[in-house]
Design a protein around this ligand. Structure first.
Ligand SMILES: [Zn+2]
Length: 397
């Protein structure tokens, strides 16, 4: 068991070094190598591991087991010295978000008295922090964002050091463990116990922006972006706004008002359309009623439509049902699927469900309803004989 020296503690800005592979280890995650000291950060403390290159191999994972750091490589290599390089974009994004997390946690504490419960740092997706409060107002979020960005723009120094006695440091959240503790101090603002990698100056974090809040049971989770990711987020949001404005042939500043107005117009147009559709169905029903065939003391209206919407078919049947003595059988066929609806006026003594079942029987179709209206369907090759026996069915019921 090697006690790996954590060089990233002393210099988190170092990305290249000479790696001495002193031991090779078959690990469940892959081919592992051990170095006496490393700048590669292993997953821990809410921050994910570094990736990079180690000689001819890629470092795909870095884990810490006890005091030993294991570098998982994508291929086997021999013992010896190799040039090593950390994927800096990934590490830097992790540091911007990790340092941003300290800044936000400090700002939430000083501005709103909210304690950080947990956090998950990501350089790719927004980083999250959980707080012990159910909801946050827009004003509270704005206040915290302002305080956090002030800490950034003041470009405060960030120090990392070890202390033996935790009582000697005014921690925001005192660590539970005793013994040697690593302190991350944002000059004049914040003291936390942490084993992650942080930037040496708050200014390097860049802009901090909360992009989403969500409530999880009694907690609030914030999602934030920092630095490069904040720029990417701004870019994306701006592009979406620009493209939307272009579609409407207006400027971005008129977007909110225009979309609001269009929504109103759309709503009233939809209402109008609904009314017109109703009217059209009324007219259609009335025409069908006029053309209905007399069967004894009843009237029979049948119609086969090509691929007609089921809801519309039902509405039409309901309207026909309002005509005294009217028995209605409507069908829609798309070449393979048959939909059927039957409706019987109250004074007909014809059972709509019986009528439906009789019509569905040759197609092994399924469906149901009550005596006044019933609906079903099945599959069919052709429906040429669909209404062949309808008249007898009505007569015999
Ligand atoms: Zn930290």
């Amino acid at each position: 068991m090697t006690m790996t020296k954590k060089l990233y503690f002393d210099d988190p800005m170092q990305s290249e070094f000479t790696a001495e592979v002193i031991e090779i280890r078959k690990h469940a995650l892959g081919f592992g190598v051990i170095l006496p000291s490393t700048f590669f950060y292993p997953t821990g403390g809410g921050q994910s591991h570094d990736t990079g290159i180690l000689g001819p191999a890629r470092v795909v994972d870095v884990i810490i087991e006890g005091e030993e750091i294991i570098h998982i490589l994508d291929k086997e290599i021999d013992l010896g010295s190799y040039p090593a390089k950390i994927d800096w974009e990934r590490r830097f994004a992790n540091m911007q978000h990790h340092t941003g997390q300290h800044i936000f946690s400090s700002a939430f504490w000083t501005e709103l008295g909210l304690e950080t419960i947990s956090s998950h740092i990501s350089g790719e997706a927004p980083t999250t922090i959980d707080f012990n409060k159910g909801t946050l107002s827009t004003e509270e979020i704005a206040r915290v964002e302002k305080a956090a960005n002030k800490m950034v723009f003041e470009n405060r120094e960030i120090k990392a050091y070890f202390v033996e006695n935790k009582e000697s440091v005014p921690f925001r959240r005192p660590p539970k463990v005793d013994g040697e503790i690593r302190v991350i101090e944002i000059e004049g603002y914040d003291y936390s116990a942490c084993g992650g990698t942080h930037l040496p100056q708050t200014g390097m974090v860049g802009m901090l922006k909360i992009v989403r809040t969500e409530r999880i049971n009694q907690k609030t989770r914030i999602h934030f972006v920092a630095g490069w990711q904040a720029l990417a987020y701004f870019d994306e949001t701006q592009k979406a706004a620009q493209e939307s404005a272009q579609l409407l042939a207006i400027g971005i500043d008129a977007l909110k008002e225009t979309v609001g107005n269009q929504q109103e117009q759309l709503k009233s147009a939809q209402n109008e359309l609904k009314k017109l559709r109703e009217m059209k169905l009324e007219i259609e029903a009335s025409k069908m009623a006029q053309l209905a065939e007399a069967v004894d003391d009843k009237w029979l209206a049948t119609s086969l439509f090509e691929n007609r919407n089921a809801g519309e078919l039902r509405s039409l049947a309901m309207k026909l049902r309002a005509y005294p003595g009217m028995v209605t059988v409507l069908a829609s066929f798309d070449g393979s699927k048959l939909s059927l609806i039957t409706a019987c006026a109250d004074d007909t003594n014809v059972n709509a469900n019986d009528l439906l079942q009789k019509h569905l029987a040759p197609f092994e179709g399924r469906g149901g309803g009550d005596s006044s209206i019933a609906q079903g369907g099945g599959t069919a090759k052709n429906v040429d004989e669909l209404f062949q026996h309808t008249k007898e069915m009505v007569r015999s019921s």
